[in-house]
Ligand binder design. Structure first.
Ligand SMILES: Nc1ncnc2c1ncn2[C@@H]1O[C@H](COP(=O)(O)OP(=O)(O)OP(=O)(O)O)[C@@H](O)[C@H]1O
Ligand code: SF4
Ligand SMILES: [Mg+2]
Length: 318
């Protein structure tokens, strides 16, 4: 199966008064068409920046991005507007990303009007159809965001993205701000849409139960680095990187007979600004040794599709 999106050695550094901040540092992956890559990691590890660089909302520092088999690292104006339609984003907090003075239909209509090419009748029909697709009853057509609950607001965000008929969507914590009871409805809607329209997703979250539910593959990030990537099943069955293990062990286990040893993370978070050589997780890693402080571990494929960057894992597999 060919990959819809392919990212090679992608970097995004921000210049800050204190030095270069390595927000995304040499990340490579591919996502097959119609599949979901979950991206997990603590706050500040670079998840949103990665999504924004892929969407060309931010320029990359280096590396390459290809989409539908074409290099789109530096797209020209025409290509960029095509990408702006095909690649969409759904945000965590629909309240913050929706204009409070626009009704539901105005919100969904706005990007369609800007793209041009559609008559007002066609736009009207499209808004109608897309509202139905996401389960927004027509009685909400003239409602304002503050009049709706969180779940319905997120449905507006999804409808707005969907109206552009994208084939790729970056979902940046789309259910994190919602009540747990509503989260499942929105996740199921997104899964249904994916099936119907063969959508490809990057799904960003720090909720591991959500990512397990929705992802085909999962990538774990730590301070801008991809530290592990595997099929969702494989990652939960056999996490290898010490950071992934710590993350997974912190998830409450519903089965009370299943006593899992909890790995506590201690030590301070290393700064992403002018990071020192060596493994970025070393300050918190229970297995850190001299080599870890000197040399950055490189990604290595431990088994088909399962890549890890850790000196210890590497040694154990040789
Ligand atoms: N425009 C910017 N200028 C400078 N630094 C930035 C900028 N945007 C993000 N950063 C920094 O880049 C790093 C990654 O931020 P990012 O928002 O991508 O993290 P995240 O994983 O999405 O976090 P969260 O889970 O809190 O949303 C952080 O250290 C952040 O402070
Ligand atoms: S490279 Fe060393 S410090 Fe980093 S995660 Fe592996 S064992 Fe821990
Ligand atoms: Mg973020």
């Amino acid at each position: 199966m060919s990959n819809l999106l392919e990212v090679q050695n992608l970097k995004k550094y921000f210049e800050t008064p204190r030095g270069l901040l390595h927000a995304v540092d040499d990340v490579s992956f591919g996502i097959p068409k119609g599949k979901t890559l979950g991206v997990v990691g603590e706050s500040g590890c670079g998840k949103s920046t990665l999504g924004r660089v892929i969407l060309h909302l931010l320029d990359s520092t280096s590396g390459s991005i290809s989409f539908e088999g074409e290099d789109v690292t530096n797209p020209g104006k025409t290509k960029l507007s095509e990408l702006r339609r095909k690649m969409q984003i759904i945000f965590q907090d629909p309240y913050a990303s929706l204009n409070p003075r626009m009704t539901v239909t105005q919100t969904i209509r706005e990007p369609l009007k800007q793209t041009g090419g559609l008559s007002s009748g066609q736009i009207y029909d499209k808004v109608d159809a897309v509202m139905e697709t996401v389960g927004l009853a027509s009685r909400f057509a003239e409602s304002y965001p503050h009049e709706l609950d969180g779940g319905r607001r997120q449905r507006i965000g999804i409808a707005r993205a969907l109206a552009m008929e994208p084939n790729f969507i970056v979902c940046d914590e789309p259910v994190s701000a919602l009540d747990v009871s509503i989260q499942a409805q929105i996740l199921n809607l997104m899964l249904d849409l994916q099936q119907e329209r063969e959508l490809t997703y990057i799904f960003i979250t720090h909720d591991l139960s959500v990512v397990k539910y929705i992802s085909d593959d999962i990538m774990v990030m730590y301070l801008g680095k991809m530290v592990e990537k595997c099929s969702s099943k494989g990652l939960f069955a056999e996490p290898l990187h010490p950071y992934t293990k710590a993350l997974l062990s912190a998830v409450p286990v519903p089965d009370i007979h299943h006593k899992k040893k909890r790995v506590l993370m201690t030590g301070e978070l290393t700064s992403p600004i002018n990071p020192k050589p060596g493994c970025r997780f070393a300050a918190r890693c229970p297995h850190a040794k001299e080599l870890c402080l000197k040399e950055s571990p490189v990604l290595e494929e431990i088994s088909p599709g399962h890549v890890v960057s850790c000196h210890l894992v590497r040694e154990m597999n040789h």
